[in-house]
Design a binder for this molecule. Structure first.
Ligand code: PAP
Length: 323
């Protein structure tokens, strides 16, 4: 069935609707359509870009891809990766991050590059090229998974991630007629894996297994670990991407400066992130809400947490992943 979709896409006259009709569809908790493609709940607006990405992307061995479920720490890790990788181009006090939201410095494959064009020219980007994606590992192009490119995956406590996602879309999605589902129903769908870029267990396990199989190619990070120790995390990321900090950089405190620049407090209070607008309608400030560990306790019951934990135990334990 999916092959048929790809063939239809190749026909320039094949319209989006007829592609979607070959796939199972659902509406997410805030009213956006999703389709099930290769076991992955793809937001329908990104189906075309996903297919183009799969077919057309030409990786370079030096590419670095940040992968995450939405609201798992994407903005933060974009800032950290950008700062680490470009530290020889920009001194900290001239960092583009001081005047630019991280989402405008590292673009997503499915939401930007392959959304705006079926076959974008990515050859003129600075090297190493930095990209991001919310796509599951199983739908990444073979060209990418078979290359030497590096993937940094960030995982976050799923309850905090769920609340962060909910708060974000309740705030940014107010202009639609759709009445968002109550939290209990949205959570129920989440637990069943029916959510944008889900099921979450496939997403997490896909990258986790890849990190075990290819530890030099896939780095699995946890938001909470980065929060607790941003300096060690920056060191780890720099080593992983093949740009370790030198003794001299360490001595002059560069790692601390990078971690400080990318910290929640610093980023949230920059003028660009207080007043700027993302993709025409979303306020940059929406990406900087609380940045805390454990905020879910203010919104979800212990029973809900237990239900999710049971699902996690069931799905993850055999892989040695304790979350
Ligand atoms: P995205 O996937 O849509 O880009 P993402 O950046 O992953 O979103 O998630 C936003 C969350 O990261 C917010 O969490 P909260 O709703 O629980 O507050 C946001 O506050 C948090 N966040 C953003 N920047 C940072 C940062 N520098 N340090 C820690 N947390 C951050």
């Amino acid at each position: 069935m999916e092959k048929q979709a790809v063939e239809l896409l190749e026909d320039k006259n094949g319209d989006e609707e007829s592609l979607l009709q070959t796939l199972e569809q659902q509406i997410n908790w805030y009213g956006r359509p999703m389709c099930l493609f290769q076991g992955f709940w793809c937001p329908s607006f990104t189906l075309r870009s996903l297919l183009c990405f799969q077919k057309k992307f030409k990786p370079h061995d030096t590419d670095i891809v940040l992968a995450s479920l939405p609201k798992a720490g994407t903005t933060w890790l974009k800032a950290l990766l950008f700062s680490i990788v470009n530290r020889h181009r920009f001194p900290i006090d001239q960092s583009p991050l001081l005047t630019t939201n991280p989402h405008r410095l590292v673009f997503s494959f499915e939401c930007v590059h392959f959304r705006h064009e079926d076959n974008p020219n990515l050859e003129n980007m600075n090297h190493p090229r930095l990209f991001s994606t919310h796509l599951a590992h199983q739908v990444l192009p073979n060209s990418l998974t078979n290359s030497k490119s590096k993937i940094v995956y960030v995982h976050r406590n799923l309850l905090d991630r769920f609340i962060s996602d909910r708060k974000f879309f309740l705030k940014t999605n107010q202009e639609t007629d759709f009445e968002p589902l109550p939290v209990e129903e949205a959570f129920d769908m989440f637990c069943k894996g029916i959510h944008s870029f889900g099921p979450f267990w496939e997403h997490i396990l896909g990258y986790w297994k890849a990190s075990l199989e290819n530890p030099d190619r896939v780095l699995f990070l946890k938001y909470e670990d980065v929060k607790r120790d941003p300096i060690s995390s920056a060191v780890k990321i720099a080593e992983f991407v093949g740009m370790p900090f030198s003794e001299e950089e360490e001595k002059r405190g560069l790692i601390g400066e990078i971690s400080e620049l990318c910290s929640f407090e610093k980023m949230k209070n920059l003028e660009v992130n207080k007043s700027g607008i993302h993709r025409g309608s979303i306020e940059n400030s929406s990406f900087f809400r609380k940045g805390e560990i454990g905020d879910w306790k203010n919104h979800l019951s212990p029973e809900m947490a237990e239900r999710l934990q049971q699902i996690m135990d069931e799905k993850m334990s055999e892989c040695g992943l304790m979350l």
